[in-house]
Design a protein around this ligand. Structure first.
Ligand code: PGA
Length: 255
């Protein structure tokens, strides 16, 4: 965590929730003292399923919790059945959108180039893209971690100018740690975060200082503190633990 970068604690609800459970989760979060004082230590965000953006926008209005989405179309508008455009997300006060989550890369065959176009579209609507990168277990065991994450990041860097680059968020999410309860050790994560930051620095020192690099992959109340203590870990992208108010609040408390 660095003094110049504001810690971001982002929940990724994935395909979970209902009108009733969303309301109860957000009401519990909004009533908590951790959220009331969070402004002085970090930024809190929830990335919700697109259909619940109107509901969550209204529940989170003028609160300390920002609203985000989990995916976005690479196109601006038009004949793309089922897709959601960046301008539509902006209509519901979305400040962030996750792009290139490993679940989308794996199950929806999203390429590095497509993820880059999605990041660009988000920025065009003044939405900050959270660009996910991460290696599979097989790639880690083959010693290819850095090569994989750097290629994923560079594809996005290639379509952005320096100004736009400084406005992205990166999330390092080792695929083998997502939803598995296995987590990278703080040292393992720090090593990859430092590599990612050095790649940003090759292009722009300003962007390298500014861009927050979140860790994702089984971040929980019991490991958040040591992960967040690493110099290049600027927050977390949290799946499972963001669905339980007590766990998400404990991670916010760990900042
Ligand atoms: P997890 O998910 O915290 O449940 O591992 C993280 C993510 O996929 O963003």
């Amino acid at each position: 965590m660095s003094l110049q970068r504001r810690t971001l604690i982002a929940g990724n609800w994935k395909m979970n929730g209902s009108l009733a459970s969303n309301a109860s989760l957000l009401e519990n979060l909004l009533a908590a003292p951790e959220i009331a004082v969070s402004g002085s230590t970090c930024e809190v965000l929830v990335c919700v399923p697109a259909v619940y953006l109107p509901q969550c926008e209204s529940l989170l209005k003028s609160s300390a919790i920002a609203l985000g989405a989990q995916d976005i179309s690479a196109h601006q508008s038009g004949a793309y059945t089922g897709e959601v455009a960046s301008a539509m997300l902006a209509d519901f006060s979305c400040q962030y959108v996750i792009v290139g989550h490993s679940e989308r890369r794996a199950y929806h065959h999203e390429s590095n180039e497509l993820v880059a176009q999605k990041a660009l579209q988000a920025l065009r609507s003044s939405i900050f893209p959270i660009v996910c990168v991460g290696e599979t277990l097989e790639q880690r065991e083959a010693g290819r971690t850095n090569e994989v994450v750097v290629t994923q990041l560079r594809a996005v860097m290639d379509v952005l100018d320096d100004g736009a680059l400084a406005r992205i968020v990166v999330a390092y999410e080792p695929v083998w740690a997502i939803g598995t309860g296995k987590t990278a050790t703080p040292e393992m994560a720090q090593e990859v975060h430092a590599v990612l930051r050095s790649v940003l620095a090759e292009r722009s020192g300003f962007a390298a200082n500014k861009v927050r690099i979140l860790y994702g992959g089984s971040m929980k109340p019991d490991n958040a503190k040591e992960l967040l203590a690493m110099p290049d870990i600027d927050g977390g992208l949290i799946g499972g633990a963001s669905l339980k108010a007590a766990d998400f609040l404990a991670i916010i408390g760990a900042v």
